[in-house]
Ligand binder design. Sequence first.
Ligand SMILES: [Fe+2]
Length: 332
Amino acid sequence: MITLTDIAYVRSGVADIETAVRFATDIVGLELATPSEAGVAHLRADHRHHCLALVQGPSGVISSGFAVAGPDELAAAETELERTGFRVRRGDPAEARSRRVREFIAFDDPFGNRLELVSQQETISRPVAFTRPAGITEFGHLCLDAPDVHEAYRFWSTRFNARVSDWLGDAACLIRIDPVHHKLAVFRGERPGLCHMNFQVATIDDVFRNWHFLVEHGVEIEMGPGRHPQSTAIFLYFLGPEGFTYEYSFGVRRIEDDAAWQPRTFDPDEPGSIDMWLGPVRRVSSQLQLASPEPASPEPATSQPASTGPASTGPARLEPASTESVTTGRTA
Ligand SMILES: [Fe+2]
């Protein structure tokens, strides 16, 4: 059993790094770390050196990082994954430096999502110099796609300390690795990719102030403001450059009594099951997994992206994600 202690980062390839960085800072509000590496922008939201790395190159998610307790735990995870048939690659020192971790391993989940387990992610004590006052308190969770969320949960629950908090039918599995209701979610999608990256904000007022700010700036609101009944979080999903969906949310449930929690199942077609305020719901865009130049999977190496844009095969009631910009703040 591999114990994940936290989520660590998302690494995303961008064809236009200037536009992507401008959005991550001026719109999302993240701090841009002092540039230290050509073609890589590190964005900070909390104690981590960064939680989002934008990498100049083909569009697509490169990897999603999770922390383990230390080097011994990382070595044990490497052994365990290899023993159970995963092809695992150790990152070299330059790659580890780019991730601001001491060591990491990379492998693909059974659905083609590139995962990285890291040891000793760098912490920064200086307060975050947010570019704008969005109210961000931390990197909250990340959401991956898989064609079968039940199979995906089998993968996570049999190898990791991952427990389902709630099911959204066959459409989503919300997974915790600590008391937070979900730090990981898997959404149904035919192709591997990153469904969204979440940032927690301090107050409900931040959610609504951010909503107005995004609308004023012509950002496509994908869903919300609304409230998820599962986590009780008040959410706002919006679309960044190159198909990357961000989320702000406030008020996520904590499950302190782990043994007493019974996962619930919600029907995604039932009104209110995604947004208990009954706002319009839709499947948000996913950024598809980029085929890595050095795959951990047996597939031949390629630098071609899987592709970008919506990868949705969400629940039937959810309309396909649109790539059109809207300024009304509400999309059907
Ligand atoms: Fe989310």
